[in-house]
Write a protein that binds this ligand. Structure first.
Ligand SMILES: [Zn+2]
Length: 209
């Protein structure tokens, strides 16, 4: 590990991936790049903890440190975050969020979904997510997508076409040749041909999958 004892690895401020020994996938951060703590006063997106029910991120601000742990104030109160539970705002990243840029952007449910920047107004970005939803958001609520989509596989999160032609999010449960059994987010299941499935790129914000 290239990190000081007692500190935790940082995420790349550009792509959001935790910077491992070999550097992040976007190539802009290497171990030892930047500070080992997010300074007081910096606005961040943070998650309060980890695990299957802790996948929501929300805006906040670093207000204090206790050793390597950050006190982050959000509108819901105080969270105590290790450095890899946060992604700080970055003017350098904002400069890369131009029309056409592929991004992971924070949706209203506090989760990150793949999309594309298609509008810029000062510090704001208009993002259209792959499922068709779109919204203006602060540039700090998007990171540059470093890894492209991979083929569908069991366990992948996907956008899949249903019998009614609508595209909906789901997870691949089984494969049978050129068809995949998709469990949709509303609880339905269906076999979908490979051509009607788009797998999400690998996400920097999921601990698994
Ligand atoms: Zn990176």
């Amino acid at each position: 590990m290239g990190f000081k004892e007692g500190a935790f690895p940082l995420r790349c401020v550009y792509c959001g991936w935790i910077v491992p020994d070999g550097g992040c996938p976007c190539g802009r951060s290497t171990p030892g790049t930047g500070e080992l703590a997010v300074p007081i006063g910096v606005r961040v997106l943070a998650r309060a903890g980890r695990g299957p029910s802790m996948d929501r991120w929300e805006p906040g601000e670093v207000v204090a440190h206790v050793g390597p742990v950050h006190r982050v104030e959000t509108r819901h109160g105080v969270s105590w975050c290790e450095s890899d539970d946060m992604i700080p705002e970055s003017p350098q990243r904002q400069a890369l969020l131009v029309p056409g840029a592929r991004v992971w952007a924070l949706w209203a449910d506090g989760r990150w979904y793949p999309g594309t920047v298609d509008g810029v107004q000062g510090p704001l970005r208009h993002v259209t997510w792959d499922d068709g939803d779109s919204m203006w958001l602060e540039a700090g609520h998007a990171v540059v997508m470093a890894l492209d989509a991979s083929p569908a596989r069991v366990g992948a999160r996907v956008l899949a076409q249903r019998w009614d032609g609508e595209h909906q999010r789901g997870t691949v449960e089984q494969r049978d040749g050129d068809r995949f059994l998709v469990a949709f987010s509303d609880g339905e299941e269906a076999w979908v041909p490979a051509g009607d499935i788009k797998a999400d790129p690998p996400s920097p914000f999921l601990d698994v999958g």
